[in-house]
Design a binder for this molecule. Structure first.
Ligand code: IMP
Ligand code: MG
Length: 417
């Protein structure tokens, strides 16, 4: 493998979302052609308004056309002709869409909040497009059918990295609202503990609020579950438990395919990952310890130091590469990711976690991907663990817990316009 290839891979593939980059490129054209950086704000208010209206119209037209390409892509996939999708030709890494995306409308909504088309010096950005895609997804979900299941990542999505979901967190009333509306909720987190009290420690604000609610019915309260270690440990709400949760044995929720994951393979994969992590930690002189668990192995910093982003990414890519190239890595799904200040390799991934939630609540008829929304912060293609959820559900990519709160408000407004 040439160095050039490695540089391209490292710089581009895992640190960029190809679809977002492509849309950014399309919007850059009207930005360049229509923005008027030389118009003076004070002197020419009217001229600025005309330019902004013109730019807005062109951005909106582009977003409408991209929405059309996505609809066309969905149609070809449904008809078993993925090769005919024009979008796939333009953005080869593009995945599956479970609903249409109402991109023009979503653009107008985000433009009214972020004033994208009024900017003359800063072109439509990655974050602008990420938020437009989220809005378009919410509209697609509520207009095509109903949102029956919302799954949430934990760190950075519900609370700050490494923090806990405490009682004053504004996401709590919103999650209670989802349960009130008879929707199901799953917390699908990488945090992998086999005992319920550990999750209570992290999530007590939410679990106590569900327990204390006098308006939720017992059945609605049972609408919340926690899936830990990506897809390894399931807990259901139980008001008779001190920690509000009880462990659900795997025999009650594993998907058929998961029953083939055997203990020897799991041990072999984790041994291999552990050895790759140790080698990498020694090579980079990381101030880190190695933590081996039942279904995961990770490196974490000792003495409260921070590991640099480059070291974390190098470690993820090194361990992922080592496991991918092994025989066991092709038999067993795994997820290597950068947790912000640690690196973990888990057995399974969030696509399995979300599917298990769909089956658990569906009781014989799993909830469809087009009726499921997964909200998370890690959607880059390597070293990020929410990315795999895209295989099982629609997704929203947020960048902070407060964006999750905004997104749930937006969902409510889309459901009850
Ligand atoms: P998430 O954002 O909710 O998916 O949580 C990810 C974080 O959970 C990681 O960055 C780790 O700090 C922590 N964690 C604790 N135990 C595990 C484990 O077994 N696997 C992966 N991550 C873990
Ligand atoms: Mg996260």
């Amino acid at each position: 493998m040439t160095t050039r290839y490695r540089v391209e891979y490292a710089l581009k593939t895992h640190r960029r979302d190809q679809l977002i980059e492509w849309i950014k490129g399309l919007l850059a054209v009207p930005f360049v052609l229509h923005s008027q950086p030389t118009v003076n704000y004070q002197e020419s208010g009217d001229a600025l308004k005309v330019v902004a209206a013109d730019t807005q119209q062109r951005y909106a037209e582009i977003m409408r056309d991209v929405g059309g390409l996505i609809t066309d892509h969905i149609r070809h996939y449904a008809g078993n002709h993925p090769g005919k999708s024009k979008l796939k030709l333009l953005v080869p890494s593009v995945g599956t869409f479970f609903t249409e995306l109402h991109l023009e409308e979503a653009f107008k909504y985000q433009d009214s909040r972020r004033f994208i088309s009024r900017r003359r010096f800063v072109a439509p950005s990655f974050n602008d497009i990420r938020l437009i895609l989220n809005s378009a997804q919410l509209l697609g979900l509520v207009r095509s059918s109903e949102v029956e299941l919302v799954t949430f990542d934990g760190d950075v999505t519900l609370y700050d990295d490494g923090a806990c979901l405490t009682p004053e967190n504004p996401v709590i009333p919103q999650i209670l609202r989802l349960l009130h509306q008879d929707r199901k909720v799953g917390i699908v987190t990488a945090a992998g503990y086999s005992e319920a009290p550990k999750y209570y420690e992290r999530l007590y604000g939410l679990l106590d609020a569900v327990y204390d609610s006098s308006t939720l019915s017992p059945a609605q309260k049972e609408g919340i579950i926690v899936m830990g270690g990506e897809s390894n440990f399931l807990f259901r709400f139980d008001p008779s438990s001190d920690c509000r949760l009880v462990y659900v044995p795997r025999s009650q929720w594993l998907l058929e395919e998961m029953r083939a994951w055997n203990d020897n393979d799991i041990k072999e994969l984790l041994d291999l990952a552990e050895s790759a992590l140790r080698t990498c930690a020694a090579n980079l002189n990381l101030p880190a310890g190695v933590l081996r668990k039942d279904r995961a192995v990770g490196v974490y910093p000792v003495n409260g130091v921070r590991i640099s982003r480059e070291q974390l990414e190098e470690t993820v890519l090194a361990v992922q590469n080592a496991v991918e190239r092994s025989a066991v890595g092709s038999r067993l799904p795994f997820c290597a990711f950068n947790g912000g200040n640690d690196v973990f390799v888990d057995i399974g991934d969030k696509s399995w976690g979300v599917r298990c939630c769909q089956q658990y609540f569906g009781k014989g008829q799993p909830i469809a991907p087009s009726k499921t929304l997964h909200i998370g912060d890690q959607f880059l293609s390597a070293g990020a663990n929410d990315f795999k959820a895209r295989l099982a559900s629609t997704t929203a990519w947020i960048a902070s817990p407060s964006e999750t709160v905004d997104l749930l408000d937006e969902l409510e407004a889309a459901v009850n316009p």
